[in-house]
Design a protein around this ligand. Structure first.
Ligand code: NAP
Ligand code: MG
Length: 452
């Protein structure tokens, strides 16, 4: 059986070797999930809710273990990793409220009663990338399970360890066998087999736009439901009337958090020309003070990149002449890359247009509000973005004008488990999290009952 070697990106040491699930393993997992579906969808709503709450409690009891596993497998800083494990717990608790509260409708019609049911789909395949292995898995499996589906989860081949552990914890919590199955394996083998499997009714995918497009094409054969969360090239727009200290202090974390390996990274900073130099001097100071170091160190704010290949890809975007400022990074073993600020030659440069997925940010000035919105929208992506201004009217105008699914005003946060998350344009299809996710894991059934 082929194997997956799991490497600690901060030390380059092999920390685990797993069997890679092949096509027949995927088939067995999907069939098991299909058999488990009938019992899971018909369990009483209160019992399904109780099991999800118990799963959340078991995750909570293992927060530190899950966090340290993520530190070693993904190089996430320990403080981030704790937050990611806690996010799994919170997402489970949020959706544990759904089985007893997710209601259909009653619609007035002639000659009878008309009601709608939100029916589960069946087996759902969740395919997860390496950048946030725990949260992104939970954003798929928690609402899917709450709505009555069973789940087969394929983690990224580079980062399978926390997903495998979450699968074990689900069983410990009492979820029946087959309700949540984790299949570590390669995308081209296990991922593809999951998408093609006739018993899989929906694919919830997060990852690159390229693979997302391929999944969309493959899903067409079975008219499978899909949710896609893909790349981003989000803009952080700073107007002259903003609190420049706050905007400059927050901006590094909007792009260097998780070493820039974040689909919501604000990797383009647009600054109103009249405050461009003033903003840059404060921003550069903030960039130099980002603490890059050993992920297990409580003081670290940024760790290494996930792999040597990712570091090479990131470095390929940086033109030395365009670098205006660099932070620090450890030398020696590990896939380190320092926080880097560039001023591109214009909006045509790859570093301005493409998703770098590393700690590199590009900065350009703009002259007025209309130009800022046009520059922000001059991209095939539309995932997130920030607007810094003290003018409420402008904040709302720009928020409505930017073609993007998740915008923050005077803040850089995009993702909350209780609000919808997803992309415009080539950043994705459908919405995760919040109340909206449940709709994406169910089918509306209409039933008419004659009364005369
Ligand atoms: P990716 O190749 O799209 O991987 C995402 C997931 O899809 C992984 O589990 C992967 O498995 C799987 N996969 C790959 N090929 C597949 C196929 N043909 N059928 C079904 N599943 C398949 O992304 P990546 O290679 O990890 O990252 C590449 C770039 O994508 C990044 O540099 C970044 O620009 C972007 N990205 C975006 C996000 C986001 O959140 N929007 C997340 C990650 C990456 P394997 O791990 O085994 O290949
Ligand atoms: Mg890939």
């Amino acid at each position: 059986m082929p194997s997956l070697q799991v490497v600690n990106p901060a030390t380059e040491e092999v920390i685990a070797t797993l069997d890679a699930v092949d096509e027949s393993g995927v088939d067995a997992a999907v069939r098991r999930a299909h058999r488990a579906f009938e019992a899971w969808r018909t369990i009483t709503p209160a019992d399904r809710a109780r099991l999800l709450r118990r799963f959340a409690e078991v995750v909570d009891a293992h927060l530190e273990e899950l966090a340290s596993l993520e530190v070693r497998n993904s190089g996430h800083t320990i403080r981030n990793a704790r937050g990611e494990a806690a996010n799994v717990r919170d997402v489970l608790l949020y959706y544990a409220g759904a089985p007893e509260r997710f209601c259909g409708e009653q619609i007035p019609v002639v000659g009878g009663i008309d009601v709608t049911f939100r029916e589960p789909l069946g087996v759902v395949g969740v395919i997860v990338p390496w950048n946030f292995p725990m949260p992104i898995a939970a954003w798929g499996f928690a609402p899917a399970l709450a709505a009555g589906n069973t789940v087969v989860l394929k983690p990224a081949e580079l980062t399978p360890l926390t997903a495998v552990r979450l699968g074990e914890l689900a069983l410990d919590a009492g979820l029946p066998e087959g309700v949540l199955t984790v299949i570590p394996g390669r995308g081209s083998v296990a991922g593809e087999a999951l998408v093609r499997h006739p018993l899989v009714r929906k694919i919830c995918f997060t990852g690159s736009t390229e693979v997302g497009k391929r999944i969309m094409r493959l899903a067409a054969d079975g008219v499978k439901r899909i949710t896609l969360e893909l790349g981003g090239k989000s803009a952080n727009i700073v107007f002259a009337d903003a609190d420049l200290d706050a905007a400059a202090a927050a901006a590094p974390y909007a792009v260097f958090d998780n070493a820039g390996q974040d689909c919501c990274a604000r990797s383009r900073i647009l600054v109103e020309r009249s405050v461009y130099e003033e903003f840059l001097s404060r921003f550069e100071k903030a960039v130099r003070s980002v603490v890059v170091g050993a992920p297990e160190d409580e003081r670290s704010e940024m760790g290494p990149l996930i792999s040597a290949a990712q570091r090479e890809r990131v470095a390929g975007y940086v033109v030395p002449d365009q670098v205006i400022c660099r932070g620090s990074a450890p030398s020696g073993k590990g896939f380190w890359y320092p926080p880097t600020v560039v001023c591109p030659s214009g909006t045509g440069d790859p570093v301005w247009r493409e998703e770098v997925f590393g700690p590199v940010v590009a900065v350009l000035p703009f002259d007025d509000e209309a130009e800022a919105v046009a520059m922000a929208n001059d991209t095939e992506y539309g995932l997130s973005g920030s607007i810094w201004t003290r003018d409420v009217g402008r904040a709302l105008r720009v928020a409505r004008g930017v073609e993007s699914g998740n915008l923050s005003v005077n803040s850089n946060t995009s993702v909350r488990y209780n609000t919808p998350f997803g992309g415009f344009k080539q950043s994705g299809l459908g919405r995760e999290l919040g109340p909206h996710a449940l709709e994406a894991f169910t089918e509306v059934k209409n039933v008419f009952i004659a009364t005369s």
